[in-house]
Design a protein around this ligand. Structure first.
Ligand SMILES: [Ca+2]
Length: 95
């Protein structure tokens, strides 16, 4: 799973996927806030056909995965988990 995740992240970065959504993203019905310098990306992370939200965050460089429980046209995010590998949280350099 870890190698698969790294391969997907690398492929996405190479495609220079750009997040262009201009509206408010809700989490449990409230405005989503993952802190400063968020790096959002919509991608079907779990392979169920629905675009999920990955959001990098400045604090500790962790990456949150928000599975979409709505539709691709009207995504709904009610839970998240930090991406992890076999040793702990996946993180990207911050600062
Ligand atoms: Ca999905």
């Amino acid at each position: 799973m870890f190698l698969q995740s790294l391969s997907l992240i690398t492929a996405l970065l190479l495609q220079m996927v750009e997040f262009t959504y201009q509206g408010t993203v809700l989490y449990q019905g409230q405005k989503l806030d993952v802190g400063s310098y968020a790096a959002p990306l919509m991608v079907d992370w779990d392979g169920d056909g629905l675009q999920d939200l990955l959001a990098g965050q400045y604090d500790e460089g962790r990456i949150r995965f928000f599975p979409n429980s709505g539709t691709n046209e009207t995504p709904v995010f009610n839970e998240f988990q930090y991406l992890m590998d076999g040793t702990g949280y996946l993180s990207v350099p911050n600062g």
